[in-house]
Design a protein around this ligand. Sequence first.
Ligand code: HEM
Length: 463
Amino acid sequence: MTGCPFASRRGFLAGGLAGGLAAGLAGVARAAPQGDVPRDAPPADAAAKGITAASQGPGRQESVPFRGARQAGILTPLQSHTYFAAFDLTTTRQAEVAALLARWTLAAEHMARGEAAQPDSPAPAPDPGADPAIPPRPRPAGDSGEAFGLAPARLSVTFGFGAGLFVRDGQDRYGLASRRPEALVDLPRFNGDQMQEARTGGDLSVQACADDPQVAFHAVRQLARIAGGVAVLRWVQSGFSANFAANDTPRNLMGFKDGTQNPLSRRPEESVGGAVRPATKDAVWVGEDGPAWMRGGSYLVVRRIRVALEHWDATDTEFQEQVMGRHKVSGAPLGGTSEFDPLDLDAVDADGNSVIPDTAHVRLAAAASNGGADMLRRGYSYNDGVNMVAERWPPWRQGLEYDSGLLFICYQRDPRAGFIPVFEQMSRLDMLNQYVTHTGGGLFACPGGAQGNGFIGQGLFEA
Ligand code: HEM
């Protein structure tokens, strides 16, 4: 932390009080605690604003270190919110891309600690035309301010590189084409895909996750501002995960537990101290098979999947369970009794039919049905309100439809041995396809973490 009063989000408030800063933020400053927020007892005036013990609870105070051999936000136990953003590069110069990544690295490091994005930026020059009788408004340098006073909330910021960083429209834009990893393929079009251009692709990706939606949004907002002149937002998607506080497997919007067969996101103790189970290590992290700058990194596939909730809600629970291959309330596989019972893909009923249907989601998704293809899922539900539907043919449906579903996110060592073969089969056969439509997404190469004083992806530019 620096001596600048804006260096820490809390420090900003303290500085505001000490310096008698302007009326614009006076209300915020008054609500601010004089010391640290007690973990389980928010101040009375905070409670009056709806700030509860839970919303500023113990988890909120924790921070996730940004630097390390691997990027945070992959094995990090799931935070309650995400804000995902894909950027298009607008510069023509490789040096400017590298400089942007260096600025982003520092900003992400600060924000993960609960500090302002650019605490060392010089404060804007005073306005020479200002009335000396009016106290100056606070003009914090290097941050838009909406996270001042908020705890770090386990913010993680995970960066990725899309194919466009290497080649776009056949052009080697930055002299990096020869360094494009083989695994960073162009995703094929899958059966049923309804990908919208405005929600697909991107040259750079940023996944911000935090236990506070405002902290996650704030992080992307700062990075977008810092990118000015070099990159612009292409598409974004926010998401949330339920049941988080209960430390139970979250349920998705279809009402099913989602993340059961995904041990690391469910059992973080298995990754304590970096001791990752061998199977996960093999499935998630790029090893000697990838270029040096990708070692310790992973490939991110993101898909914005709309779920027809109205149609799902009109389906009886028994059929829903056949679709998923699991029981709705317990999360147990069909034929089992508790959530973590193994999938018995060979079990048949008295008529010789598969207990877990041949076209059930979990059967088609399981590594055992895909020659061992595996991935770490880290998705979030999304809810973007409603759209008006008006049809002129029978049954003359008119009304509002949810624009909600799953922001599916998975990490893998190589998408050619993870998402692609699994979804290739699933997109043709899965009963779930009656209810879901993929409307956007992308594939990004997430390099290893930033170490020492280095910046994210530095090795790519030095290769
Ligand atoms: C809206 C779309 C989707 C929904 C609602 C959904 C929901 C679920 C649910 C409820 C489970 C069972 C619980 C669990 O093990 O976590 C599951 C398992 C799984 N899903 Fe999905 N999923 C969706 C899309 C996808 C996609 C696109 C993929 C990848 C291509 C995928 C891959 C998997 C995998 C690998 C499993 C674990 C299977 C196993 O080993 O048992 N899912 N999903």
